[in-house]
Design a protein around this ligand. Structure first.
Ligand code: MN
Length: 224
């Protein structure tokens, strides 16, 4: 099985600079593993790895694509009654796809040991030591209540490494997405003025959007 040249969890075409028409539907696809199913034995058996990749991961890919279709249908018909469920379903499947795609590439039959260079230095700086980081990530993974993931992540605002615990794989947000335009729907953002009529406040927000900023974030995210 060959390594894909582009990050395989991206929708086909999304990393292509000539892909100018953003609105075109592009589908997610199941990436090949960068090794054989039996390659991670004895730590992970071939049977588990095949089921995990060919059944579970494949189901997330199908679920993400199916939900994109249902969202398109909802927009066409302007029927948003089921939107809350569709958003949750999309985040669940997209995040499952993204995280498994990262997971496969994070593992290798030749893996182990510890990082060196700038990653090693950043781990020391942000966690104190490799051992302290290792204990935190192990604990975060072991102590997830129910299903989930332990994650080492880069937090760009504070420019630091953090360990996160992800429940299931989504809090309605697809892992790996970059916020471009955000509307605050907490009551503190509107209640003194709009009381309980949140839709009026949301409608007014559209008159304030700084599209130059949104576009700049879009350009940076696409270039990353
Ligand atoms: Mn899994």
């Amino acid at each position: 099985m060959a390594h894909a040249t582009r990050p395989s969890f991206l929708p086909a075409g999304r990393n292509c600079k000539s892909f100018a028409i953003v609105g075109i539907m592009s589908n997610y696809s199941l990436p090949d593993l960068p090794y054989d199913y039996a390659a991670l034995e004895p730590a992970i058996t071939g049977e588990i790895l095949e089921l995990h990749h060919a059944k579970h991961h494949a189901a997330y890919v199908k679920g993400a694509n199916d939900t994109l279709d249902r969202l398109a249908e909802a927009r066409d018909k302007e029927q948003f009654g089921g939107l809350v469920g569709l958003e949750k379903t999309f985040a669940f499947n997209l995040s499952g796809h993204v995280l498994h795609s990262i997971f496969w590439e994070n593992l290798s039959p030749d893996g182990g040991d510890r990082p060196d260079g700038e990653l090693s230095a950043a781990i020391d700086e942000h966690f104190g030591s490799f051992e302290a980081f290792q204990k935190q990530l192990s604990s975060a993974t072991s102590l997830v209540q129910g299903s989930g993931w332990g994650v080492l992540a880069w937090e760009p605002l504070g420019k630091r490494l953090v360990v996160e615990q992800v429940y299931d794989h989504h809090g309605n947000v697809g892992m790996n997405t970059t916020p471009l335009l955000v509307f605050d729907a907490w009551e503190h953002a509107y209640y003194l003025q709009y009381r309980n009529v949140r839709p009026d406040y949301v409608q007014k927000l559209w008159s304030l959007v700084n599209w130059t900023d949104v576009k700049s974030r879009f350009d940076k995210a696409r270039a990353a």
